[in-house]
Design a protein around this ligand. Structure first.
Ligand SMILES: [Ca+2]
Length: 341
């Protein structure tokens, strides 16, 4: 037995593959952006190079489009299909670049709100038919301050504004696995009775996706972990003890407990387990180390049938299953032990 385990250890050590990068980042440009203005309820503002967010019913914006009274809200839509289906989303950040605004009074923060209705379009949305935000909750918020003079567009150099947080990340994850489209509203509330007056709000003007400089256009940055297939080095059935010793490696979230499920079938084509795989056995509580790596060399109850092939999937508790590993032949001799199929 000791000799056997020493052999397995040698197999593991000689077959350590370089670590694949697990965290990936994708930057997504909006497919549509526009703002709506309460006091121009049938006007579409989808093609200008800016997005206004202004909560005040009684205050005004004052930019390149002259003085415009009342509240304005911005909308952005993102296509999330570039995020892999089995990705575990770790963080999401909406980056808007501001160019002017004015701190009238009230809530100094600009807020992102979730909009579940994705049916709006850039060239048709108006205040009158704009979709409401789903609930009053804020996905992410950021205080943005522009002082006197009120007018001026731009005021100073462009200012990148990163909106991030758990609620935004969770919503991106939900929409990625849901309808694949994310709509957001940029919002500032009206302050009915403020210290310096009534019906005031903070105005911020951001660049839209029509901005001439691509560096100031809105973007959504999503960081995710790709679920990698485990690597099975060997599956060694032992009829006498009715067990199968499985040896391999799995890469996942660091310091996490994994459940491994081993399948057997009579065919293995181009490394993919074919036929009708049946469950051979499971290993639970296989723990990754601080770099996200786990090795296993253990016995499963039950011997894989002679001439069969074996492959494995891994999953975190409550997580999605990883892709299936490449299959290896269930071998009783040393000749093919540890060969990666
Ligand atoms: Ca636009």
């Amino acid at each position: 037995m000791r000799q056997f385990l020493a052999t397995l250890a040698a197999v593991v050590c000689t077959l350590v593959a370089p670590l694949a990068a697990r965290a990936s980042t994708v930057t997504i440009a909006p497919t549509a952006d526009a703002f709506v203005r309460a006091q121009a309820p049938t006007t579409n503002f989808g093609t200008v190079d800016f997005l206004d967010s202004h909560g005040g019913f009684g205050s005004y914006t004052c930019g390149s489009d002259q003085q415009q009274p009342g509240a304005a809200y911005a909308y952005l839509k993102f296509d999330l299909s570039s995020i892999p289906h089995d990705a575990v989303i770790q963080s999401a950040e909406v980056v808007l670049t501001s160019r002017t605004g004015f701190a009238w009074d009230g809530d100094p923060a600009q807020h992102l709100r979730f909009v579940g209705d994705d049916s709006w379009t850039e060239d048709a949305i108006t205040y009158r038919d704009s979709p409401a935000a789903d609930g009053e909750g804020y996905l992410a918020s950021r205080e943005i301050f522009y002082g006197f003079p009120v007018c001026g567009d731009p005021k100073g150099s462009p200012q990148p504004q990163a909106f991030t947080g758990e609620a935004l990340t969770q919503t991106v994850a939900d929409q990625s696995s849901g309808d694949g489209t994310l709509s957001l509203q940029v919002y500032n509330p009206n302050c009915a009775e403020c210290s310096v007056g009534s019906n005031l709000g903070y105005w911020v003007r951001f660049y839209s996706r029509e901005a001439a400089d691509p560096n100031v256009r809105p973007e959504l940055v999503v960081t995710y972990a790709e679920s990698e297939p485990p690597v099975l080095y060997a599956a060694i059935p032992d009829k006498a003890s009715d067990t199968t010793t499985v040896v391999g490696r799995v890469t996942s979230t660091p310091s996490t407990s994994l459940n491994l499920r081993f399948y057997t079938s009579d065919t293995c084509t181009d490394g993919q387990l074919g036929g009708e795989p049946s469950l051979l056995g499971t290993l639970s509580d296989v723990s990754t180390d601080e770099s996200g790596e786990a090795y296993f060399a253990q016995r499963l109850a039950g011997a894989a049938p002679p001439g069969s092939f074996v492959a494995v999937t891994a999953r975190e508790v409550e997580g999605p299953a990883s892709p299936m590993s490449r299959c290896v032949p269930a071998r009783t001799t040393t000749s093919g032990r540890g060969r990666v199929s």
